[in-house]
Design a protein around this ligand. Structure first.
Ligand code: SAM
Ligand code: SF4
Ligand code: F3S
Length: 470
């Protein structure tokens, strides 16, 4: 097991000197005008958080971060490998950049993230997408400044395909999306090796950040006016295992909850096998932690859970839920479900249906099983057709819709505390979020953004909630 001293590295000076070197090079050798960069991120919040670091590095190099690819000097595609569908979409989007590069040969196109931790995908991009200048994976994020400089100076393609660096680099600049909610990674990687999942192979071994680094980042964010802190990790409940200090996730939550002022804490994801009574007690007693837990159960059949290597049974999951519902008033739960794991029968799938009826999740993220090369489940016989699995998925969605709609309807005429997050896409209403992580439309001016308000739900239908400030 790693020890803190080996895994935590304060790279502030190092990375800043590399960034300045790039800035210098660009100032001396490139056209004198504002430079633009686009960072396009796919996948989960961990990847979104990495995308914010990559944007921070680019901004410190002098690039202005924009959305419009047509105007970009650098386009960085930060990829996800969790399902084949995600990879196909990304390949499609990389392919679409060919014409842009033709029009602007000086544009740098870089591909990074989880997909480019896989040798086969790197080879595919190298061969089939010759206009891609730079490829690097999740393990090389801190090397991004020197890799870009390499491409600029040598005008050659750069590929990193064997970086095993699993140190934690503190002090990388971050350009956050918005100024109300902020991601704070508390750990990286995953050691769980669920048999269907590619994440441990592309993100490396589980390693926790030191509590003082997490606490100090949170303090700075709160002082800067952020109102919601989202703690990130693939399995936050196992936080602290590799650290010198004897600390677990419950204790970290206590420390993050201890600051004055009005703010919210969320975390994602919890693994049921490590969800403890202590963690639930801390949530129940806390001032700032949302009464909402995302606790992926994946499947309602014990046989399939065993095949998935999830290391809990549905009974153990239901026990945690029972304890949490008893302890935490107004608790809401959300979850992830995989439909059609190799060998799953319709009878076993029906156990998933009865499971969601028992727990009554506020929302579900549902996925059809996607075979991932290199994982244990990849070689398992998988006799059920995609069509059949799609029918199961639709059945699950219909069942969940009924549950969610009922939860929404029950909210009508009741009061909730919401955080106003942004103006909605229609421009007319504001978007606010309940403690239970549901979005609600409310009327009001932009000055409300970033404020907590009490609202009464005046409309609840389907997936739409509308509220009025009280
Ligand atoms: N670490 C989190 C956990 O265990 O709860 C989940 C992280 S994973 C990025 C998000 C979700 O993707 C998983 O909970 C699972 O439902 C889904 N997933 C992962 N691998 C998958 C696969 N091969 N096919 C379909 N869904 C998958
Ligand atoms: Fe994947 Fe399992 Fe790790 Fe989650 S806990 S990232 S599903 S291996
Ligand atoms: Fe996340 Fe996708 Fe990587 S879900 S960890 S970005 S494989």
């Amino acid at each position: 097991m790693f020890k803190t001293k080996e895994i935590a590295v304060d790279c502030q000076k190092d990375i800043h000197s590399k960034i300045l070197k790039n800035k210098d090079y660009i100032d001396k050798n490139e056209e004198k005008r504002v430079k633009f960069a686009v960072v396009k991120t796919y996948g989960c919040q961990q990847n979104a958080s990495d995308g914010e670091k990559l944007s921070g590095i680019l901004e410190n190099m002098g690039y202005s971060i924009i959305e419009n690819e047509e105007k970009a000097d650098i386009i960085l595609i930060n990829t996800c490998a969790v399902r084949q569908h995600a990879e196909n979409r990304i390949f499609g989007n990389i392919g679409a950049l060919k014409s842009l590069k033709k029009r602007n040969p000086n544009m740098i196109i870089a591909v990074c993230g989880c997909m480019t931790e896989q040798k086969e995908e790197i080879e595919k991009i190298k061969k089939s997408y010759p206009f891609v200048d730079l490829i690097f994976g999740t393990h090389s994020l801190n090397r991004f400044p020197e890799l870009i400089l390499n491409v600029l100076e040598n005008k050659k393609r750069v590929f990193i395909d064997n970086d095993q660096d699993e140190k934690i680099y503190e002090g990388i600049p971050v350009k956050r999306k918005g100024n109300v909610k902020a991601f704070v990674p508390i750990m990286y990687g995953c050691d769980n090796y669920c048999s269907y999942c590619i994440v441990p192979y592309v993100r490396g071994r589980e390693r926790s950040r030191k509590p003082e680094d997490i606490v100090s980042e949170t303090q700075k964010l709160l002082s800067a006016g952020y109102k919601e802190i989202m703690l990130l990790g693939q399995n936050v409940n196992s936080y602290g295992k590799n650290l010198d200090e004897d600390i677990n996730f419950a204790e970290l939550l206590r420390r993050i909850d201890s600051f004055p002022g009005e703010y919210r804490i969320r975390f994602m994801s919890s693994h049921p096998k490590d969800a403890t009574h202590e963690m639930i007690d801390v949530i129940a007693e806390s001032k700032h932690i949302c009464r909402n837990i995302h606790l992926p159960f994946q499947c309602g059949s014990n046989r399939v859970l065993k095949e998935m290597n999830r290391r809990y049974t549905k009974e153990k999951y239901l026990d945690i839920v029972k304890y949490a519902k008893k302890k935490i008033k107004d608790l809401s739960l959300s979850s992830d479900v995989i439909v059609g794991f190799p060998g799953e029968t319709y009878e076993e799938f029906k156990e998933t249906l009865s499971f969601i009826e028992q727990v009554k999740f506020t929302s579900l993220f549902t996925f059809i099983y996607s075979p991932r090369k290199g994982t244990r489940a990849f070689s398992l016989p998988d006799p059920i057709s995609k069509n059949e699995k799609t029918m199961w998925l639709n059945e699950l969605l219909r069942a969940q819709e009924k549950i969610s709609f009922k939860i929404y309807e029950n909210m009508l005429r009741k009061n909730f505390r919401v955080l106003v997050e942004s103006r909605g896409e229609n421009g007319n209403t504001l978007l606010a979020r309940t403690d239970s992580n549901l979005t609600m439309e409310i009327e009001g001016g932009d000055e409300l953004i970033g404020q907590f308000k009490n609202v009464e739900v005046i409309y609840a239908s389907g997936r739409t909630l509308k509220g009025k400030i009280v």
